[in-house]
Write a protein that binds this ligand. Structure first.
Ligand SMILES: C[S@@+](CC[C@H](N)C(=O)[O-])C[C@H]1O[C@@H](n2cnc3c(N)ncnc32)[C@H](O)[C@@H]1O
Length: 214
């Protein structure tokens, strides 16, 4: 048997790893949203929508949530160049495209959630299949590349708890309006009918911030 060949990615300064400073989540209660009527119990109040960088957010979530997340959905930017107005996908990693493009072309789902998107958005039915397979009602689902917020919308309708992280301005222009419609029972699109979603629950909205005194 010959020696295994190894390839190592390297760059100037690799050995000087940056240690991110301790992070914390700062809630903005005026943006958080809940309704009193709940369709599937108290757990729907635990949901978190976090505006900011996902790596810093993971640091902030580590202590409370490590080992408690049942399903992590990862859908990083892929280079279609036409998903959201608010970030430049053309600068993102081209390699992701071949995996994610087929999913984006799955059916006619652009109007779901009452917000119009171009082809970066995932259909609710696809997410429902994934969540049904990898989680149970009440489980915690994490999406660190929230995009249009499909994961949270679907998780919510299926009685899962969720955490979503998004650093783009569409967090405010797309995700929040979409989630509010789900919570209010005003979103009749996507999987609403299949899972008999009515209304209820809510989410807490946070920014990621540095811990004081560090
Ligand atoms: C391909 S989109 C996700 C699409 C989403 N699954 C959907 O159905 O709409 C990737 C998202 O990740 C966000 N993103 C990229 N890097 C990020 C980072 N470091 N922290 C937080 N969000 C990030 C982008 O702004 C973009 O909205």
């Amino acid at each position: 048997m010959g020696k295994k060949r190894q390839i190592e990615l390297t760059w100037i300064g690799k050995e000087n790893r940056l240690k991110p400073p301790p992070q914390t989540l700062v809630e903005y209660p005026a943006v958080s949203y809940h309704v009193e009527t709940r369709a599937s119990g108290d757990s729907l109040r635990d949901n978190k929508l976090i505006f900011g960088d996902n790596l810093l957010t993971l640091k902030a979530l580590e202590q409370e949530h490590a080992g408690k997340v049942k399903c992590v959905y990862i859908d990083p930017p892929y280079n279609t160049g036409n998903a959201f107005e608010h970030y430049d996908e053309s600068k993102e990693i081209r390699a992701n495209r071949k995996f994610l493009r087929p999913a984006a072309q799955f059916g006619n789902f652009r109007g779901e959630g009452g917000v119009d998107f171009r082809s970066g958005k995932k259909p609710e039915k696809l997410l429902a299949i994934i969540l049904r397979h990898f989680s149970d009602p009440g489980d915690l689902v994490l999406d660190c590349f929230a995009g249009s917020g499909t994961t949270g919308a679907v998780a919510h309708k299926m009685g899962r708890r969720w955490i979503m992280v998004e650093h783009g301005e569409h967090c405010h222009t797309h995700i929040i309006p979409r989630l509010k419609k789900v919570i209010d029972g005003a979103d009749k699109s996507g999987i609403t009918k299949c899972v008999n979603w009515q209304r209820g629950g809510g989410f807490h909205y946070y920014h990621v911030g540095f811990l004081q005194n560090h």
